[in-house]
Design a protein around this ligand. Structure first.
Ligand code: GLP
Length: 251
């Protein structure tokens, strides 16, 4: 079932996520969190960190799996999703970094020519998630074209973690993180598949601003289609979509 919650701002959305994940960790200290990069989840991580610290919640056993990673960036590159997840989630929450995984961790900037190693990383990542008992709560942002993780339009709705090519629009959208220079934005990525994402027990998608309005409308009210990968959330038994009024304006 997809539930849509319209909030005033990112902080209010963040507080809904923060409260529910903090309560989860209290009952399941080794909860498995699905993590995402991008600006949309930042307030949610901040809220969770505030609650964790003010209520002295033990997070030492919390585990995490990120959605995606650029290929070809070394782990310590400031824009690698490895660095981003550590900067925005692991450090503020005080998680054990050894328990938090990003799909490209085993690749560490491996060149695209390293095909076999790169191809093996996806299935190995899905296996690691399964061995951890699956993801309890997966936080998601959405691209302006309806992508989740880096599952661009046309991605198989049954896909597992794998290597993908980034579409031009996503590279343009993300150039802001690379000195506004699209040539510096990697061309490939490794991402959890839609099939991987749908296995999480609870999905929380966050979208803010009018730029996301069309993608949100397609996600919630369009037909389920690979042309809007986020529309696969309609097939999930527990998906929560939290949006501000601008992002909800086409609903
Ligand atoms: C990137 C990420 C996605 C994210 C999207 C939207 O493409 N791979 O996971 O959802 O950006 O980012 P933002 O939340 O900054 O709009």
């Amino acid at each position: 079932m997809t539930e849509v919650i319209i909030v005033k701002n990112e902080r209010e959305a963040g507080d809904i996520y923060g409260r529910s994940v903090a309560d989860l960790i209290k009952t399941k200290p080794n909860a498995v969190l699905g993590l995402a990069t991008g600006s949309s989840p930042l307030a949610a991580y901040q809220s969770l960190a505030r609650i964790v610290h003010s209520e002295h919640i033990d997070v030492s056993q919390v585990r995490g799996f990120a959605l995606d990673e650029y290929l070809g960036l070394p782990l310590d590159h400031p824009q690698s999703y490895h660095s981003t997840i550590h900067r925005t989630v692991v450090e503020p929450l005080g998680l054990n970094p050894d328990l938090v995984h990003v799909p490209g961790d085993v690749l560490d900037g491996a060149p695209l020519s390293d095909g076999e190693r790169i191809a093996a990383a996806g299935p190995a990542y899905d296996k690691a998630i399964e061995e951890a008992g699956g993801i309890d709560v997966q936080i998601l942002g959405i691209g302006t074209d309806g992508h989740v993780g880096f599952n661009e339009p046309g991605s198989s709705l049954a896909s597992g973690t794998r290597v993908k090519t980034l579409v031009e629009q996503t590279r343009i959208d993300n150039a802001r993180f690379f000195d506004d220079d699209i040539d510096k934005v990697p061309t490939h990525c490794i991402t959890q598949g839609i099939g991987t994402i749908l296995k999480a027990r609870h999905l929380v998608l966050l979208a803010f601003g009018s730029g996301k309005a069309e993608a949100v409308a397609e996600t919630v009210e369009g037909g389920v289609s690979a042309f809007c990968p986020a529309s696969a959330l309609q097939m999930h038994p527990h998906a929560t979509i939290i949006v501000d009024e601008e992002a909800a304006s086409r609903l």
